[in-house]
Design a binder for this molecule. Structure first.
Ligand code: UFG
Length: 342
């Protein structure tokens, strides 16, 4: 298929792009490189650099090929930053998404696969989370993903577009060449591994008084390659659907740190802090629907395996990719002021 993929220089987008091309699909990637990295771009893809809010960028990308599908990864994805800068999130995740959708419609592209998030469920009372769990987001990031999901549902109905919503739980891990490198790193596993490499003095544990067995938050970590594989399967689907994308097993922050200590064969220094704003205590997926409908079976479900892959990548790239945004003054990024209040 000919596919337009937004955010193909980012973490999940770059891994998916490579897998798609390996499967014989032809890709055009749009990325503004505000969070992505040139080194993560697959050289086999056509590349248009720019913001989805720029009509010229969209026209340039869509003038290349009649696409069979769009995969929309580009967007802002940090919960604390979204609380600080909701306008950035509404702009990137809703306004730019709608511009993409309009251009898709004008050009008759029949399918979109959208990178949504478990954040659309907010703080559900019951676990595991199914697709029937009520959607009640509790922060601007989740709210903007939910808003775009709703737009997609109506567009799909009115304009005969197939819209497949993939609600990722906690993407983690790496391939041999592609890994996680954000301008401002807020995610647990990269920070734990940075602390193991002495790139950070310690890892913060945000909250030790949650209603969980060890008092720290529980998440469902899913290998980025398994997420990418779900996109390949979703391409075959002819009906609009939404799916949770997680392993179905939850690990606490302390369990993640213990797993990293085993994999890295060292003690990792920690600092216990107050809760971080917007963090639900437990987010664990039921992935029954995607397993039944798409036949998706995670090939790398073990947290230890996920951690080993991330550790291999982090050791090879202790400071991330070479072309980080911090080294590119042309790219402005609004950084969050995340503080650890003990
Ligand atoms: N955490 C720490 N220390 C850190 C980083 C994180 O204790 O240095 C904790 C967080 O408080 C949270 C857990 O580790 O309890 C996981 O945090 P991450 O930042 O790794 O991931 P989140 O669960 O916050 O975020 C993920 C996705 C988002 C998505 C969100 C839904 O990255 O895109 O789940 O809540 F929106």
């Amino acid at each position: 298929m000919k596919i337009l993929l937004t955010g193909g220089a980012g973490y999940i987008g770059s891994v998916t792009a490579k897998l798609l091309i390996d499967h014989g699909h032809e890709l055009t990637i749009i990325d503004d490189l505000s969070e992505g990295h040139l080194e993560a771009l697959d050289p086999r893809a056509a590349f248009v650099q720019g913001d989805l809010g720029n009509a010229d960028v969209l026209h340039k990308a869509f003038s290349k090929d009649p696409f069979d599908a769009v995969m929309h990864f580009a967007g802002s994805c940090l919960v604390p930053e979204s609380v600080e800068h909701p306008s950035l999130y509404y702009h990137n995740n809703v306004v730019n998404g709608l511009l993409l959708l309009e251009t898709m419609r004008e050009n008759g592209v029949p399918k979109i696969i959208f990178s949504s998030s478990c954040a659309v469920y907010g703080e559900p009372e019951k676990t595991p989370i199914t697709e029937m769990t009520p959607q009640k987001p509790t922060h601007p990031y989740g709210e903007t993903k939910f808003a775009f999901e709703k737009a997609l549902k109506w567009y799909a109905k009115a304009y005969e577009i197939t819209a497949i919503l993939l609600r990722y739980f906690n993407a983690a891990g790496a391939t041999d060449h592609l890994g996680e490198d954000h301008a401002t790193e807020t995610h647990l596993i990269p920070n734990v591994l940075k602390a193991a490499l002495n790139e950070l003095p310690y890892v913060n544990i945000y909250g030790t008084d949650y209603p969980t067995p060890d008092g720290t938050c529980i998440r469902d970590y899913v290998h980025v390659l398994d997420i990418a594989q779900a996109h390949i399967l979703a391409l075959e689907l002819e009906e609009s659907e939404s799916f949770n994308l997680g392993n179905g097993s939850g690990y606490s922050v302390r369990q993640v740190i213990q797993t990293a200590e085993k994999v890295c064969e060292m003690k990792i220094p920690v600092k216990e802090c107050n809760r971080r704003i917007g963090d639900p205590p437990i987010l664990v997926a039921s992935s029954q629907k995607i397993q039944q409908v798409l036949g998706w079976i995670p090939k790398h479900p073990s947290l230890e395996e996920i951690m080993r892959s991330a550790w291999r990548w982090t050791q090879k790239h202790p400071k991330g990719y070479a072309s980080t945004n911090d080294k590119n003054p042309k790219i402005k990024h609004q950084k969050s002021k995340l503080q650890c209040k003990t």
